[in-house]
Design a protein around this ligand. Structure first.
Ligand SMILES: C[S@@+](CC[C@H](N)C(=O)[O-])C[C@H]1O[C@@H](n2cnc3c(N)ncnc32)[C@H](O)[C@@H]1O
Length: 464
């Protein structure tokens, strides 16, 4: 907190504090000039133009307080100067005209008063003040930071201050620079609070529980989760190849979709199963724990073989009540009359594949070659597949690129996708490209969506 028009209310400097946070060090007594005002006049005085820049205006501090020496008498109007001589001529003139007398009032500030930013600015060396890490990302009760090396000697103090100043945070971790290359979760160290890494987090009306040290989670992807889920029709079936703990799968199921959700990480699979139960979508989500390539190759046959339950609209509580009322009155509930065709039909066709493993998802696309050519050459099943897949599924594949201009990014991504599919994507393949987010100064994350080419799925591509 910087000097405020003559009153410096910043915490005392504590540049020596490094390993342990000493909260008791942070206290200050600050004398300020106070004008005695009668309780009936306070509102008028607070609005008076000549006092506009004179009344004390510090965060969390009232500018009108009881007089400690005379609690039932006049109130004290706190001013942002310490001496009468420092008042502006307009303020002095106004207060004199009202016959005001002055006293000194002592502000008592302690550790609780200052923000995390104020405290860290008092502790960290001058050269580290720019970019001091009072901000953090939170998942449930856990805050995670990404501290640069120069801040590491202060990590415990930083963690403690962040925890003190954010009441919902009980655990603070610092991400280490290594990411588990296979399952994409970060290695991290505890810098403050309890070593409890199992968090509860809400996104898109779903509750997710998971161990942040064992699985991948990124709250920055919530807009992307929402965007893709909004593309799915409630009657459709979605296959999520790299599902994690379910941030696409569960919201999709909540809107009615049938979902096949797969993740190779046993911990992700464990929490995915728990989250399916917890969000009450067991009838709609089928979890699995296999390699993404095997999952892609098998999943169309699995769904043809054992289709997902027919679509049933999920009614809100008020709709549920209206439906019960209609039933009692023996009148048809309007929603029941609509689109009954899609209701009774078990769902045996995948409409969307989701592939959020940006580091390598493109390299899994070769698994789509021939997925609709029956592995055992069984004619009746192959015929059923041909009927079900009159319309081919959409594939939504996430990827990184180092091409920073959209046109070059598209060229780069299309080329890599084409190599894996065995042929370039063309005008008929309904290709679209969406910039998800910038992950580093020269690295962007995209999602390429396209309709799986029929000749790729039936393995009819002839080498170019
Ligand atoms: C970037 S995360 C995405 C998770 C989730 N879909 C999301 O949006 O947050 C990628 C996931 O793919 C899983 N994974 C990595 N390699 C895999 C593989 N070969 N087969 C299946 N899943 C894999 C990881 O465990 C991780 O949960």
């Amino acid at each position: 907190m910087s000097e405020y028009n003559g009153i410096d209310a910043s915490p005392p400097m504590a540049r020596w504090m490094k390993d342990t946070l000493d909260r008791s060090f942070f206290h200050r007594l600050i004398p300020v000039l106070a004008a005695r005002v009668s309780p009936e006049k306070t509102a008028e005085i607070l609005r008076a133009q000549p006092l506009r820049k004179t009344v004390l205006d510090l965060p969390k501090i009232k500018s009108i307080v009881p007089d400690p020496g005379n609690p039932n008498g006049d109130k004290l109007l706190l001013l942002r100067v310490q001496h009468e001589a420092d008042l502006t001529p307009e303020a002095r003139g106004y207060l004199r005209a009202h016959g005001t007398t002055f006293t000194i009032y002592t502000l008592k500030l302690n550790y609780d008063y200052w923000t995390a930013d104020d405290i860290l600015h008092a502790i960290l060396p001058e050269e580290l003040l720019d970019g001091a890490p009072s901000g953090f990302a939170a998942v449930g009760h856990l805050a995670h930071l990404n501290l640069n090396d120069e801040y590491l000697p202060y990590k415990h103090v930083i963690g403690q201050v962040i925890m003190d100043k954010n009441k919902s945070i009980r655990t603070v971790v610092n991400k280490l620079n290594s990411i588990d290359t296979k399952f994409r979760f970060f290695k991290m160290e505890l810098i403050a609070g309890e070593p409890n890494y199992v968090v509860q987090h809400s996104e898109l009306d779903c509750r997710f529980i998971f161990d942040f040290t064992q699985v991948y989670w990124n709250s920055r992807l919530s807009a992307e989760h929402e965007r893709l889920v909004s593309l799915f029709r409630p009657t459709e079936v979605v296959a999520d190849v790299f599902a994690g703990v379910g941030p696409f799968a569960l919201p999709a199921a909540k809107k009615g979709c049938g979902v096949l959700a797969n993740d190779l990480n046993p911990s992700s699979y464990k929490y995915l199963q728990a989250n399916i139960q917890d969000n009450k979508v067991t009838d709609l989500v089928r979890p699995s724990c296999e390699d993404g390539r095997d999952f892609i190759r098998n999943v169309v046959w699995e769904v043809l073989d054992s289709p997902l339950a027919p679509y049933t609209p999920r009614l809100s509580r008020s709709e549920e009540r209206a439906r019960k009322k209609a039933k009692l009155a023996n009148t048809p509930y309007p929603e029941e009359e609509a689109d009954t065709s899609s209701r009774s039909v078990p769902r045996n066709r995948i409409a969307h594949f989701v592939m959020n493993l940006p580091d390598s998802a493109i390299t899994f696309l070769d698994a789509f070659r021939g997925i609709l050519k029956h592995p055992r050459g069984c004619d009746s099943v192959a015929a059923a597949a041909a009927v079900a897949y009159a319309e081919m599924p959409m594939v939504h594949c996430h990827c990184f690129t180092r091409e920073m201009v959209q046109e070059s990014a598209e060229r780069d991504i299309r080329q890599r996708v084409g190599e894996q599919l065995g042929r370039a994507l063309g005008a008929d393949d309904e290709v679209s490209l969406h910039l998800v987010r910038s992950v580093a100064p020269n690295k962007d994350m995209y999602c390429i969506s396209f309709r799986l080419p029929r000749d790729v799925a039936f393995d009819l591509v002839t080498s170019e």
